[in-house]
Write a protein that binds this ligand. Structure first.
Ligand SMILES: [Zn+2]
Length: 660
């Protein structure tokens, strides 16, 4: 048996509190089919410590000796790149692995790298396994999973769905099994997770630092004592750790014998129906989790308490909600749904009478609007002279973009040089991994063939012939909204439409992986309502409760935006910014002269190369066209509020061809 020499890790049984987290991790260890855990919580809550500790108590795995893809001797992967293996060949038992996927990893690092140079020059299929191979039959851990790049998310989702990793480069392909327990941690303040990835996790757990003094003190005491002498600290918990490990193993063996009675299965269905989850994935995850919990407790029949526990961990991220709402669960609603079912023992409830189903429901007020509970932002009371308008429905917006070609982080907004995307040309390798441009490579090699003494049909390739594809894709941007919240916009219906439009643009920014910021101006000043952040949901919440009224200090709004953009350019120089000014173009302030100042500031922003779009909110029978003038001063296009929807194609072509 071979084991890597590593520093002792903090033992799982020494983790104080975080009972839900520990339970969620352990149940996944008992039944990996549950689908992993997403751990949400602020920084400094030892989320990662608990996750890393789990690996140490996972059952060991039996592998074919020497196979880099961890083939199971009892079920050898027929496609294993290290195969074919001999059934009776040597095997060994090794600890389950913890593999960490860094958010900034390259695609090759995740799926493995095919060495095209060697494939072409030496005719061998040289494949260096990636993290998906290393994590097979172990734990794949992504810290800050909400910051993972889109291309990695897609690869991860494919592998998780197929239980397999597949790599293809220029017609050479490799595939191998990749089944892993996926665990992600994230700080929700840094932005929410994409819904498809969120759904991939079987369970979610919220963690927070303990509030009670004793527990806090104990956490710190253990941490200090571990840091001072990890080896003897770990030794103090070794008995507890091996007990935990053997309990997991016992539960795993018991799993197949656990019975899931029909009545309990119906209870699961009733809970999922009550929370309006999409599809059947939640039902399946709850069933698996409840079965694992039963086995973990050494029992053999699933009961209502197992279901309650499973639902609490499996539903928070699956109940139907607005994309900007944070996951969460109303426990009272859960109890009602569980009770509802136990009152209703008759399995033939859609019998011949055809009576309306909810007739015997005792609490219609509670079951009518599950999505309204909890997360709706507080509506502030408007002060005199102010008003509050609720946003209208959101819609799909057109893509507003920064002109030119950038080189920012991958995303879906403006054109950029990227590692993925369509091929636009070729260049010599610069040391960075890339994809081969085959035609250019052959063209480079062709004139050298005589000098290299070619006699047979095969092309003689040298490393210096290689050409890599130059690619163009899309980058994400900083979208800074500068929103006029003054009295001139405050006509109730108008401001509702403006909020609806900006919310739609925010939703669009979320899907394009942008950072967003929000500057508002009204009365005597402009305010940075939200500093640039990836947390689009926070921006949406701030905007929803925005009050309107007072004068229109447009120049102050633009100046504030200019300041914000200057700081962001220093912080994140590669991320290009797009300023979206939402205004009717009017400007008023005490003393006057605001319009002239506004145009002067706009010209300054344009001279500094700031890309801008004006969303023209002017309405009514008499129009001044001031927003158009502002757009001209900013050197960007103006889009009427009504033209912002994606389907007004003709309008978008007209406005944007001039700006490119
Ligand atoms: Zn193998």
């Amino acid at each position: 048996m071979r084991s890597a020499v590593t520093a002792p890790i903090f033992p799982l049984s020494a983790v104080v509190g975080m009972d839900d987290l520990r339970l969620a991790l352990v149940l996944n260890a008992v039944s990996p089919a549950i689908g992993g855990v997403l751990v949400r919580g602020e920084k400094g809550t030892a989320k990662s410590t608990a996750v890393r500790a789990l690996a140490a108590v996972l059952p060991a795995v039996e592998v074919v000796s020497g196979c880099r893809f961890s083939c199971d001797p009892a079920d050898i992967d027929p496609d294993c790149p290290d195969g074919p293996h001999d059934f009776a060949g040597p095997r060994e038992s090794r600890p389950a692995r913890l593999v960490e996927l860094p958010v900034g990893a390259s695609e090759d690092r995740l799926v493995g790298a095919l060495d095209i140079e060697r494939a072409l020059a030496e005719g061998v299929k040289a494949y260096e396994p990636g993290l998906l191979a290393a994590a097979h039959r172990g734990l794949l851990y992504v810290d800050e999973v909400n910051l993972l790049g889109d291309h990695l998310v897609d690869l991860l989702l494919d592998a998780a769905a197929l239980g397999m990793s597949y790599v293809e480069r220029e017609g050479v392909s490799i595939r191998h099994r990749s089944r892993f327990l996926l665990v992600g941690t994230m700080n929700p303040e840094e932005g929410e997770l994409r819904p498809q990835l969120l759904d991939r996790f079987g369970l979610t757990v919220e963690v927070a630092a303990p509030r009670e003094v004793d527990a806090r003190a104990e956490v710190v005491r253990r941490r200090l004592s571990f840091d001072a002498d990890p080896t003897s600290f770990a030794a103090g918990f070794s008995a507890a750790e091996s007990e935990l490990a053997s309990r997991i193993l016992t539960a795993r063996e018991l799993l197949a014998q656990v019975a899931l009675p029909d009545a309990v299965l119906r209870q699961i269905a009733s809970v999922c129906a009550s929370f309006e989850v999409d599809g059947l994935r939640a039902d399946i995850v709850i069933a698996r989790t409840a079965v694992a919990h039963t086995a973990w407790e050494g029992r053999s029949v699933v009961d209502g308490d197992d279901v309650r526990m499973a639902a609490r961990l499996a539903l928070p991220h699956r109940r139907r909600r607005n994309p900007f709402d944070a996951p969460g669960l109303d426990e009272e609603q859960l109890d009602n749904a569980l009770d509802d079912h136990s009152n209703d023992d008759d399995p033939h409830d859609d019998g011949p009478g055809g009576a309306p189903a909810p007739q015997d429901s005792p609490a219609p007020a509670d079951s009518s609007s599950p999505t309204d509970s909890g997360s709706a932002p507080e509506r502030p009371m408007p002060a005199p002279g102010e008003s509050f308008a609720a946003p209208t429905d959101t819609f799909r917006t057109r893509r507003l973009e920064v002109p030119g070609v950038g080189s920012g982080a991958a995303g879906r907004r403006s054109r950029a040089k990227t590692d993925v995307g369509r091929v636009t040309g070729s260049s010599r390798p610069t040391g960075k991994a890339g994809r081969l441009h085959l035609v250019s490579t052959m063209i480079a090699a062709a004139p050298q063939q005589k000098a290299r003494g070619r006699t047979s049909a095969g092309l003689i390739l040298r490393r210096q012939d290689l050409r890599l594809a130059r690619r163009e894709g899309r980058e994400s941007n900083l979208v800074l909204f500068v929103v006029d919240a003054s009295g001139s916009m405050a006509a109730r219906s108008r401001m509702g439409a403006v909020k609806g439009a900006v919310l739609s643009l925010l939703l669009d920014a979320y899907q394009r992986r942008d950072k967003v910021g929000l500057v508002t101006f009204r009365g005597d000043s402009a305010e940075l309502a939200l500093p640039p952040t990836s947390s689009v949901d926070t921006a949406a919440a701030r905007l929803t409760v925005l009050r309107t009224g007072g004068r229109t200090p447009l120049a102050a709004g633009l100046l504030r935006a200019r300041e914000v953009l200057r700081v962001e350019r220093l912080r994140d120089p590669r991320r290009r910014a797009l300023m979206v000014v939402v205004t009717d173009g009017r400007a008023t302030r005490r003393g006057g002269g605001d319009l002239e100042d506004a145009y002067r500031t706009a010209a300054l922003l344009a001279a500094e190369g700031t890309a801008a779009v004006v969303v023209d909110c002017e309405s009514g029978p008499v129009r001044l066209g001031l927003a158009g003038k502002l757009a001209m001063a900013l050197g960007g296009p103006a889009v009427r509020l009504e033209e912002l929807a994606a389907d007004t194609l003709a309008a978008s072509v007209r406005t944007f061809t001039g700006a490119a």
